[in-house]
Structures are given as C-alpha cells and as structure tokens.
Write a protein that binds this ligand. Structure first.
Ligand SMILES: Nc1ncnc2c1ncn2[C@@H]1O[C@H](COP(=O)(O)OP(=O)(O)OP(=O)(O)O)[C@@H](O)[C@H]1O
Ligand SMILES: [Mg+2]
Length: 283
C-alpha cells in the first residue's frame, strides 16, 4: 500500500523502531487549551500490525492525542504523519486516503441514535462510495455486523435497543465498514461487564490477526493490556513517558506507572491465567 504523495519519504529522525514500518508517527506534538498545556514535545510511533495500548491518568490527553492524529484537532505544534502523509499539509486526496483507510471507535460510541445499526455502518460507505448499489451496501453492512460478532438481526435495530456491549460491537462494525488497515479504539471496554470486556478483547485480537490491522487502543483496562497489547505507551507529564512491551513498562520508575502497574488490580490482571480472572475479582 502506498499513500498518495509519499514516494519520497524523509526517514531521518526516527526516535523509535528504526527499520520498522511506521503507520503513525508523531513528533514534537503540542496541544494547549488556553493556558492549559495538554501535550508538549510528545513523540510516538505506531508500528504496522501491532496493537499499541495507550494508557495514562484521566485527563492526560489520550483522547486529544487520538483526535489530533485523526485530523479532528489541529495541534499547536509538532508533526503528525499517517501512512507517511504529513497531516498538516495533506491535500484533499491525501486526507481522503487517510480517512478511507482509518476506522474509529470513539470513547462515547458515537452511533447516530436515529439510525439503525445497519444504517450507521452504511454511513462511511455512502460517504466514500456514493455510487454503490443500495442492496450491495446493505449486504456489506451485514457482513460487518456479523464480523463484529453481532447477530444478523441486530442490523435493523436502533442503538437504544442494544445492550452496551452490543453497541460497542456496532461501533466496531461501523469502524470496519471500509476495511481500514488502521483502527483507533478509545476505551472500548469501558462500561462492559468482565466477561463482555474479555469477549471484546478477544474480538479485537481476532480481527487484528485475521485482517492484519494496526490498532491504536486507548484503555485504562489492565486486563486488556495484558491480554492483547503488543506494546504499551504511557502518557504522563504532557508526553509519552515510555513505550515498549509491558514487561519493560512495568519497571519504569514513575509514580503513576508504579501505582498503576503494581497496585492490587494490576497484580490480579497479571496473575490471571485467563483474561477474565482479574475482572471477575473486580466484579
Ligand atoms: N475541546 C476542549 N476544550 C478544552 N479543553 C479540552 C478539550 N478537549 C480536551 N480538553 C482538556 O484536555 C485534557 C485532556 O483531555 P482528554 O479527553 O484527552 O483526556 P483523556 O486522557 O482522554 O482522559 P479520560 O481517560 O478521562 O478519557 C483535559 O484536561 C480536558 O479537559
Ligand atoms: Mg479520553
């Protein structure tokens, strides 16, 4: 896959993963709201084919980071490349390329409440492929609904007629509508019961393996980190404090990291033979 306008690429300043295939590259990111500085000098790479867990205390800027990468918020400084395209000066064709190859599940689910599940899944199809036959579009939506582990009859239901877990799956179905190689998930297991959360983790891992996805996964769920993440990035002090495999991150000498990874919930998650164990303790 080659994005438009990326034939010549400047690979001079890799802070991480030299030789790796980098799908998202963030350098020197700065975001501020008035006098509040959320990000400053934030660097991050997301490697092709990995599930990168993004963790950090509430308000550390995980969702703002995601919105910046998605082009929904223009950063105050820094550079963001997605598929090798510099998002700040992407032309319309490049912007459309990024959008078409990116799926998103927002923190609040963000399904259209007046549309059925199927119609929600069809929204990106209509937007990017307006000429597509109605029947085919419905069939494609049905395929995604099933892929997300929902029963076929969920396609004609309104979001309000689904359980929270089913709504998350509907959100995944919509995120996968265009078969994107890159998926952003913001707190996908928040609000799910332990078994539903473990099943959702399983779904994400299965989809990632089957479709070869790259996944940027914001979570506060320790079980998710231990169950499915290849690497973890910790947001603290306005930047990515550390990024690497869990075994390395657990050893980072920082108060938030220590209390997060070495508190009682972390022990339960780490020692759980199955991903559901620690959640069962919490429940
Ligand atoms: N549109 C906005 N206007 C003003 N401040 C904002 C805006 N969006 C986010 N912020 C602030 O930026 C900071 C980071 O917010 P963000 O939503 O990224 O946190 P988060 O790490 O995702 O937290 P949580 O884990 O609770 O979801 C917060 O202090 C928030 O109040
Ligand atoms: Mg958030």
């Amino acid at each position: 896959m080659s994005a438009p306008g990326t034939e010549t690429r400047d690979d001079d300043d890799r802070a991480d993963g030299g030789g790796e295939d980098i799908v998202v590259r963030v350098r020197g990111l700065e975001n501020r709201f008035g006098r509040q500085v959320v990000h400053e000098g934030l660097d991050l790479d997301v490697r092709r084919g990995e599930i990168l867990g993004v963790v950090g205390g509430s308000g550390t800027g995980k969702s703002v980071l995601m919105r910046s990468v998605l082009g929904l918020r223009r950063p105050d400084a820094g550079r963001i490349e997605v598929f090798g395209i510099d998002t700040a000066d992407a032309d319309d064709e490049q912007r459309a390329y990024i959008d078409r190859h990116t799926g998103v599940l927002f923190q609040d689910g963000a399904l259209f409440s007046s549309l059925t599940v199927g119609e929600n899944v069809e929204v990106p199809l209509k937007e990017h492929y307006p000429g597509i036959d109605t029947r085919l579009r419905y069939e494609l939506a049905l395929l995604k609904v099933k892929l997300a582990g929902l029963p076929a009859d969920a396609i004609d239901k309104l979001p309000a007629q689904l359980s929270g877990g089913m709504r998350k799956r509907a959100g995944i179905a919509r995120a996968l509508a265009l078969d994107p190689p890159l998926l952003f998930l913001d707190e996908p297991t928040a609000g799910l019961d332990p078994i539903g959360a473990a099943a959702f983790d399983e779904l994400v891992r299965t989809l990632q393996e089957a479709l070869g996805l790259t996944v940027f996964l914001i979570t506060h769920d320790l079980d998710t980190l231990y169950a499915i993440c290849d690497r973890v990035a910790v947001l603290a002090d306005r930047r990515v404090l550390a990024v690497g495999p869990l075994a390395e991150i657990e050893r980072v000498d920082h108060p938030w990291v220590q209390s997060y990874f070495h508190g009682p919930r972390a022990r339960a998650a780490r020692d759980g033979a199955a991903p559901t164990n620690a959640r069962a303790l919490e429940a």
